[in-house]
Design a protein around this ligand. Structure first.
Ligand SMILES: N[C@@H](CCC(=O)N[C@@H](CS)C(=O)NCC(=O)O)C(=O)O
Length: 293
């Protein structure tokens, strides 16, 4: 790879593998599947194919919130998609999401399976299906959806921009880190100002806007994301801290954060979820240690 200061872009970009950095092995300039493999199907109406990243956690928190309210139709099987191993490029996954990114949901409750991809779209689909966490009054609904779409448009600056250059890129580029740190701090200030006068993001009630924003920006102010808490001075965003602490008290948020999680304390990792009892019996600390070959 050419040093970033000497690089002059050629007339036509060419794919030189590997490009370096974390995830370089899965980055490709072409879409579609790389291998034949069907997705597994469990016994519940909803089949989730995901991983415990912020985008994945949005959906598992939503499903756990629905179940906590007693919506049995929200029972789900959560299957693990290992993106670092390329599971998102199987024929089965690409049929569920042509964009090859987690999370993907298949609703098998009706006569024909319905696929839903993009985490914001999945939250909206579930909110409409179960008629909850999305206000029905026009102005309140517009506010909620505005913040939901704010999250979808903003988080790529946090993940693909700041997170990539701060944590994953093979070289630390001051210009890139500065540019995205500034934008992420501005976004945190947007949230902090909003939460100064509102208990929740969309107003006085908990909605899919909170569920979408929490895993990214709640995780950031709690210092979990990219280990960048000190660098970004996250303790200064007092209202975002207050809101994140309140959401963390919710049992459904606690459970949702465990599903499809593959890092952290073994007791916090539930790689796959097929039953409510799995939280008690199937976390990684309860799994038999792997035998050495
Ligand atoms: N806008 C999408 C983004 C999803 C996304 O970026 N997923 C990442 C993990 S958080 C992924 O699957 N990456 C695999 C890849 O890029 O190949 C959403 O919100 O669902």
């Amino acid at each position: 790879m050419t040093d970033s200061f000497d690089y002059v872009p050629p007339k036509v970009w060419m794919w030189k593998k590997p490009s370096g950095g974390t995830f370089a092995n899965i980055n490709r300039p072409i879409a579609g599947s790389t291998h034949e493999k069907e997705l597994p199907v469990g016994r519940h109406p909803l089949q989730l194919y995901s991983l415990g990243t912020p985008n994945g956690v949005k959906v598992t928190v939503m499903l756990e919130e629905l179940l906590a309210l007693g919506h049995r139709g929200a029972e789900y099987d959560a299957w693990l998609i290992k993106i670092s191993e390329g599971d998102q490029f199987s024929t089965g996954f690409v049929a569920a999401n042509p964009n090859s990114k987690i999370p993907a949901l298949i609703d098998r409750s009706g006569p024909m399976p319905i696929r839903v991809f993009e985490s914001g779209s999945i939250l909206l689909y579930l909110a409409e299906k179960f008629e909850v966490f999305l206000p029905t009054e026009r102005a309140a609904r517009a506010e909620c959806l505005s913040w939901l779409f704010w999250q979808m448009g903003s988080a790529p600056y946090l993940g693909g921009g700041f997170g990539h250059f701060y944590a994953y890129a093979p070289t630390k580029i001051e210009y890139a880190i500065d540019r995205f740190a500034m934008e992420v701090k501005r976004q945190l200030d947007v949230l902090d100002q909003r939460l100064a006068d509102n208990e929740y993001i969309a107003g006085s009630t908990y909605t899919i806007a909170d569920i979408a924003i929490f895993p990214w920006y709640g995780g950031l102010v709690k210092g979990w994301t990219y280990g960048a808490g000190e660098f970004l001075g996250v303790q200064d965003y007092k209202n975002v801290q207050r809101w994140a602490d309140a959401l963390l008290e919710r049992p459904a948020v606690q459970r949702g954060r465990m599903v499809n999680r593959t890092t952290g304390e073994p007791s916090s990792q539930l790689h796959e979820r097929h039953d409510a009892s799995d939280f008690q019996t199937k976390t990684q600390d309860k799994q038999a240690p792997k035998q050495a070959p």
